[in-house]
Structure formats: structure tokens, C-alpha cells
Design a binder for this molecule. Structure first.
Ligand SMILES: Cc1ncc(COP(=O)(O)O)c(C=O)c1O
Length: 396
């Protein structure tokens, strides 16, 4: 692992090789640790509250982070980007804040539970949901989404990059057709934000939900939702916003309409540093590095007898996620051996996306999921492949 230079307070990972960046990225860039520490020690104030220096400095950090994120995703008005504490919260706000009984939503079989569960909840409250099936490679043909459009379709909701197979959906094509039909598009960018270029205007994305702690390299407990002009959401949480304090009504203006309560300024300061790091390298460069590691990984795994790799064929778009199974071995056993004998961290099981496994034929045991990040190296991938070869030999 290419560890960023360790500061005096940095802890050394207990994992020799961390390949679980789809869960949360690790390590973080050095600037992220520093920014969190500094904000906790020096930014004594609640953003937008109180007329003292601490509050003003906290508000500045939050504004800078909002603007840095808006810039990265081609969002022209940063006030339409609201901070949440996770992609899950962003998706809940987008779905439950928008949908009403009688509305119809089109989504896919590849969704993470943070999209699927709020949609299921909405369906129990009278929202109709169409789950468009994916092929065995995890790809959902855009034409199947268009074919599901009805007069009452009020939303198309898709994940950009599958957290099970790494399959990248054709969001730009879906967005163009959705726009033509006058239907808003919600994109779950949990596995793509910071790792795959995203531009909300050219991809016609009306709501973009993302975590701050994966490809954007920020701390856990960060996330955001972009809400395009014209999309009216009901806040899921109301309370103090530091504005319009004389009124008992929640402000109508963004971002405060959706940001009740004291914000986690230290984590947002860390997210700002993460976004600046991503911007300094460039999302294209990150994508190329991760694609090279994924290519090396798949090439190393494919010749192993009894091992099956899932997801798109070579040459098709893929994020930095590779799932595989090994004949006669439960994925959890492989994960245990990797952790215990080789000090390698991966994730095993269903990865909170059961229907994605039904699509690719790996339900209910799931898969072994490997997700390289910016700080991983070729030699770590080689060590991982060697560990899997050993595990495969030991099985015989
Ligand atoms: C595709 C996808 N969507 C949503 C989420 C939820 O993200 P968060 O943990 O930030 O809520 C994840 C997390 O793994 C994910 O992979």
C-alpha cells in the first residue's frame, strides 16, 4: 500500500494489504487527517451560528467543501448540494422526500439496500416500483428502462457503478432519455464519485447521491445529495438551521432546508481535504490507475482452476470492484483465510445487494469482493493473487 507520509499521530494499519475500498477508502490522504485534527482543535464553532470567529471559520470550511464538490461534479449552484452523513441518508432524502402514493418509480435489480429498502418502504405506502432486471454481467440495458416508463412515472433511480460486480450503467443514455420524457433521474454514485468522472449536466442527472468516505477520500459520516433546480423534496428532518430563527417553519431555501442540526464540521473539513486531493490527482488519473489494477487482478485470477470472476467482459466499462467465487469454498471462508493467514482485507457475502447476486447467480452465499483504491499498488495485487493461488491449492 502506498501509505501517505505518516504524521506524528498517525496509526499504522493492522492490515498489511487493504483491498476493501468499496466499503470505505483507506488510508486517507495525509491532508485529511490533518484537516480533521485542525478543525477539531481550532474550529470551535457551529457553522452559521454565533457571530464569533469559530463559527465563521466553521461556516467557511463548510462553504469551501460545498464549492469544491460542486466544481468536481459540474454543479453550477453549490447551494443545491446538501451535506448528509452518508449515501444512505442522501438516497432516503431523495426517495422519501420526493415520492407520493400513486407515483411510479423505475429502478434496477442491481441496487444496494440503501436504494432498495427506501423504495420498498415507499411501495408499502402506495408508490409503484418497477425493478428492471440486469443481465448476468450486471448491466441493465437502457432500453429496458425506457420500456418501463408509464404516464405516472415520477422518477428513474439507478446506481452508477455496482458495488457487487463493478458494472457501470449507461447513466448518460438513461439521463438523456429521462430528460426527453420529463422524468427526473436519481443516481447512486456511491462507487463512482471520485473514481469515475461524473458531470451532472452532461449526464442529465437531477439528483446525485454520494458518500464522502469512499472515492472522495473523506472521513466516515460524510455524504451529500445534489438536488437540481425544480426538484421539490420534503425534508425528512426539521429543526435549527441558524437561519429564519423567528419562524416555526423550516426554511424554503437551500442548503439549510435539508441541513437541520449542528453539522459535523471536522468531518466536512476532512472531506474538503479529500476532494482537494482527488482534484489534485484528477479523477481520470485515479480511474486509469484503478482500471490497471483491476485488469492485473482479473488476469491473475482467471487461470486459477475452479475460480469464477463475475461482472462485465474485458473491454466493457468497469469500476474498481471485482467479485469472484471459488468452487467448493464458501466466500466467508476465503475471506477468513485472507485475513487470518495473509493479512489481506476484502469483503465477502452479499454486500447489501441481494438482488444483484440473484442477477449474477451468486445468491445466497455471495462473492469475495476485491476493491482496489488509489493507494494500492501492483505488488499488492500480485500478493493478493498469490494468496488466492495458495488457498486454491490448499483446497485440493
Ligand atoms: C452502491 C452503494 N450505494 C450506497 C451505499 C451506501 O453508502 P453509505 O455507507 O455511505 O451510506 C453503498 C455502500 O457501500 C454502495 O456501495
Amino acid at each position: 500500500m502506498r501509505l501517505p507520509s505518516m504524521g506524528p499521530h498517525a496509526t499504522v494499519s493492522i492490515m498489511a494489504i487493504y483491498l476493501d475500498n468499496a466499503a470505505t477508502s483507506f488510508p486517507k490522504p495525509e491532508g485529511v487527517y490533518k484537516a480533521v485534527d485542525e478543525a477539531l482543535r481550532e474550529g470551535a464553532g457551529s457553522p452559521g451560528r454565533g457571530g464569533h470567529r469559530g463559527g465563521i471559520s466553521a461556516a467557511r470550511i463548510v462553504l469551501e467543501a460545498r464549492e469544491a464538490l460542486a466544481h468536481l461534479f459540474g454543479i453550477s449552484d453549490s447551494s443545491r448540494l446538501v451535506f448528509t452523513h452518508s449515501a444512505t441518508e442522501s438516497l432516503n432524502l431523495a426517495l422519501l422526500g420526493l415520492l407520493k402514493p400513486g407515483d411510479h418509480v423505475i429502478t434496477t435489480a442491481m441496487e444496494h439496500n440503501s436504494m432498495a429498502r427506501p423504495l420498498h418502504l415507499a411501495s408499502l405506502q402506495g408508490v409503484e416500483v418497477t425493478w428492471v432486471q440486469a443481465g448476468p454481467d450486471g448491466f441493465v440495458p437502457p432500453r429496458d428502462i425506457f420500456a418501463a416508463i408509464r404516464p405516472n412515472t415520477g422518477l428513474i433511480a439507478v446506481t452508477h457503478c455496482s458495488n457487487v460486480t463493478g458494472t457501470i450503467q449507461d447513466v448518460a443514455a438513461i439521463g438523456a432519455a429521462a430528460q426527453k420524457a420529463g422524468i427526473p433521474l436519481l443516481v447512486d454514485a456511491a462507487q463512482s464519485a471520485g473514481s469515475i468522472p461524473i458531470d451532472v449536466s452532461s449526464m442529465h442527472i437531477d439528483m446525485l447521491a454520494a458518500p464522502g468516505h469512499k472515492g472522495l477520500m473523506g472521513p466516515p459520516g460524510t455524504g451529500f445529495l445534489y438536488i437540481a433546480e425544480g426538484i421539490e423534496l420534503k425534508p425528512l428532518l426539521v429543526g435549527g438551521t441558524g437561519t429564519s430563527s423567528a419562524s416555526l417553519y423550516q426554511p424554503e431555501t437551500l442548503p439549510e432546508r435539508f441541513e437541520s442540526g449542528t453539522q459535523n464540521t471536522p468531518a466536512i473539513a476532512g472531506l474538503l481535504a479529500g476532494v482537494e486531493f482527488v482534484g489534485s490527482i484528477g479523477v481520470d488519473t485515479i480511474a486509469r490507475h484503478e482500471a490497471a489494477l483491476v485488469g492485473q487482478l482479473i488476469a491473475g485470477l482467471l487461470p486459477i482452476a475452479g475460480l469464477k470472476v463475475y461482472g462485465p467482459d474485458a473491454g466493457r466499462p468497469r469500476g474498481s470492484v471485482v467479485s469472484f467465487t471459488m468452487d467448493g469454498m464458501d466466500p466467508s471462508k476465503v475471506g477468513f483465510l485472507l485475513d487470518n493467514d495473509h493479512e489481506i482485507a476484502v469483503r465477502t457475502g452479499l454486500h447489501c445487494a441481494p438482488n444483484a447476486h440473484k442477477s449474477i447467480g451468486t445468491y445466497p452465499a455471495g462473492t469475495i469482493r476485491v476493491s482496489p483504491g488509489w493507494f494500492n499498488t501492483e505488488s499488492e495485487i500480485a500478493a493478493f493473487v498469490e494468496a488466492i493461488e495458495r488457498i486454491a491449492r490448499r483446497k485440493r
